[in-house]
Design a protein around this ligand. Structure first.
Ligand SMILES: [Zn+2]
Ligand SMILES: [Zn+2]
Length: 633
């Protein structure tokens, strides 16, 4: 293989990491036979990243086994963020260990040792790892290679230096691994099961270039500063308690933000023809049997008993909406029918995965179900895409769209799927929406459109989803009377634009780093009297702001004005109104913006008018600095 690369160009031979043969990634030492389609993967290819990361995981294991000879190795996969490797060790790793391990990795990389693929007889491999005291590797070989005569093992330099059972591929030699960093350790269990052997997981990351690594590390730092759990506490938005795992306690400011978001979604959806429902939170198991949740989703539901009946708290709104649809006769004239709901949902997430507002047990969604005729699908999807565009542009968020099509395991007729997918594709084009196709990634009951938001530091968050469903209308026997006077089955579109409010608020906190735009800020304006002498006037200003419908606060503590400004700045309040002798005399306010600093003096009426305008325009127009000449001094 390397000869093929060399025949093309010596530079390619030097740069190539692995090769792709008929679409499968292999080592450069792979023996090439027959007419295969070959591509060489160099560091600039997207496929290179995972090869770097996985190879670096081997380098990590080689370093750990060199420094801790009794360590046993588990698995070491590449991930979207980097890689990890699990080890059985006699004591947990401490930060000093990480530094030593990383230094050893650099040492092994500097020696530019070859990754060598060897085919061993299966029994020989099992015997080798057993003798070396690596029962977990023996178990892996047992599990993964049943029926095979040979298994592939990779050495770094030689068996004594490092050997691992793996299918590969890897970079040709350790010298190719330069831009890596170990990040953290955590407790882990063999095969992720707490009943199994306890292990230590070491996390790291690796990139093709030092510059990419630095960008990532910078983003990690930035992400730490923006962490919604940290900011949520500092800004007084929400808190939690171990007695209510996975559920937020929304404090006054957080509740304001939550309600603003909910009100905003209603403001967008009602003119678009949606009606809001409030359906029950708890249902008899019969409903979940009909929907299929009892069979497929029960482990994620909170099941409760009531008078010997098994009931469950709803994990989603859909079945309730189907009951409402079926509660009266429907005609084609009623369609599209759009039911919207934002009542709380509960899902029994494992306590170990709960995190802040992103992995929770209780949440609400901007959830809706559109009941349409087969012919209405295209237009309805197009309308939905326009709503998605409007909502994300209001939040200043950019996003990408993916069309996921028929998976291997699907319900219904292939022709219905083809038709539905074609309608989705046409709707995306009609809405002028660029998208990528993800073949085979649709839900088993229908194709879907997923929207990934990119936040201010380049991370992706899956938010909006639009799913076509032919299956639930059948299970719930939903019908409408068509223009032909016959019964027809509607198609259901499940859709959410922001998705879970909790998760979306986490995204907004991290995207804006807590500095919400004026229209979303829980406190928009704070009045800061310079001393107690100015309290009376400050109260009048605040009352005027309240009266104008602005979210205002007054810092009436006996503190120095510099201190009050710093506090307001830390609370990321968009506008601070400082009032002292001159302001009280002239019935003015000295305006300070959290991002622009001093803006000059405004009359209270003028300030109110401009702030309202900025809020209504969702930040398109902002408060302008008063030109120095017109500012009374
Ligand atoms: Zn490997
Ligand atoms: Zn649904």
């Amino acid at each position: 293989m390397r000869d093929v690369a060399a025949a093309i160009s010596p530079r390619l031979a030097a740069e190539a990491l692995v090769a792709s043969v008929d679409g499968r990634l292999v080592d450069l030492t792979y023996p090439l036979h027959a007419d295969a389609t070959v591509r060489f993967i160099t560091p600039d290819h997207a496929e290179a990243l995972m090869v770097y990361r996985h190879s670096t995981a081997h380098l990590l294991a080689a370093a750990v086994t060199a420094l801790f000879p009794e360590a046993q190795c588990g698995i070491g996969p590449a991930t979207d963020e980097g890689f990890f490797y699990d080890f059985v060790v006699s004591r947990p790793f401490v930060p000093d260990d990480l530094a030593r391990i990383e230094a050893k990795m650099r040492d092994l990389a500097a020696q530019d040792l070859p990754f060598d693929r060897q085919m061993w007889a299966r029994e020989e491999a099992i015997d080798f790892f057993r003798r070396r005291g690596e029962p977990l590797k023996v178990e892996l070989i047992d599990d993964k290679t049943a029926g095979q005569r040979e298994v592939s093992c990779y050495t770094i330099k030689d068996r004594e230096t490092f050997v691992d059972f793996c299918i590969g591929p890897h970079v040709p030699s350790t010298g190719r691994l330069r831009a890596f960093r170990l990040l953290s350790t955590s407790n882990a269990y063999w095969k992720g099961d707490a009943r199994n052997q306890a292990m230590q997981r070491v996390y790291g990351t690796a990139f093709p270039s030092q510059a990419d690594l630095e960008t990532y590390l910078h983003r990690l730092e930035e992400a730490k500063k923006r962490d919604h759990r940290k900011l949520g506490k500092e800004l007084g938005l929400f808190t939690s308690h171990p007695w209510a795992p996975g559920a937020a306690f929304w404090l006054a400011k957080g509740t304001t933000l939550y309600n603003l978001l909910a009100a905003y979604m209603r403001e967008v959806l009602f003119p678009a023809g949606y009606v809001e429902l409030k359906t029950p939170l708890i249902y008899n198991k019969a409903l979940w049997e009909t929907s299929g949740h009892w069979e497929h989703y029960r482990d994620n539901m909170f099941v409760i008993e009531a008078e010997d009946e098994q009931m469950s708290v709803k994990p989603m709104n859909c079945p309730g909406h189907f009951l409402v649809f079926a509660s009266e006769g429907r005609s084609y004239r009623d369609l599209p029918l759009r039911f919207y709901e934002q009542t709380p949902l509960h899902r029994k997430e494992a306590s170990g995965v709960l995190s802040g507002l992103t992995r929770v047990r209780q949440f609400s969604q901007d959830d809706a179900h559109c009941f349409v005729t087969e012919e209405q699908i295209g237009e309805e999807i197009e309308r939905l895409l326009r709503l998605v565009q409007r909502v994300y542009s209001d939040f200043g968020l950019s996003y990408t769209v993916k069309l996921s099509t028929r998976p291997e395991d699907f319900l219904g007729e292939a022709t219905t799927w083809d038709h539905a997918q074609a309608q989705l594709g046409r709707a995306l084009e009609a809405a002028g929406q660029a998208f990528t196709a993800a073949a085979g990634e649709g839900a088993f009951y229908g194709p879907k459109i997923d929207v990934d938001v990119t936040d201010a530091i380049g991370r992706k968050w899956q938010c909006a989803t639009i799913q076509l469903d032919y299956e639930m209308p059948r299970r719930f026997d939903l019908t409408y009377i068509g223009a032909d006077n016959a019964e027809h089955r509607p198609v259901v579109i499940h859709r959410a634009i922001v998705g879970s409010f909790e998760r979306f608020i986490a995204l907004l906190i991290e995207h804006y780093a807590g500095a919400f735009p004026l229209w979303l800020a829980p406190v928009q304006v704070v009045v800061l009297p310079i001393s107690d002498k100015h309290l009376q006037y400050a109260r009048e200003v605040r009352a005027a702001l309240d009266h104008a419908g602005l979210r205002a606060d007054l810092d009436d503590r006996t503190e120095k004005i510099g201190y009050k400004i710093r506090e307001a700045q830390l609370q990321k309040v968009p506008y601070m109104l400082v009032v002292g002798n001159r302001e009280a005399a002239e019935r003015n306010v000295a305006v300070r913006s959290r991002s622009e600093g001093d803006l000059g003096s405004f009359s209270v009426d003028e300030l109110i008018a401009q702030v309202r305008e900025e809020s209504a325009s969702k930040g398109q127009r902002t408060l302008a600095r008063v030109p120095a000449t017109s500012s009374p001094s």
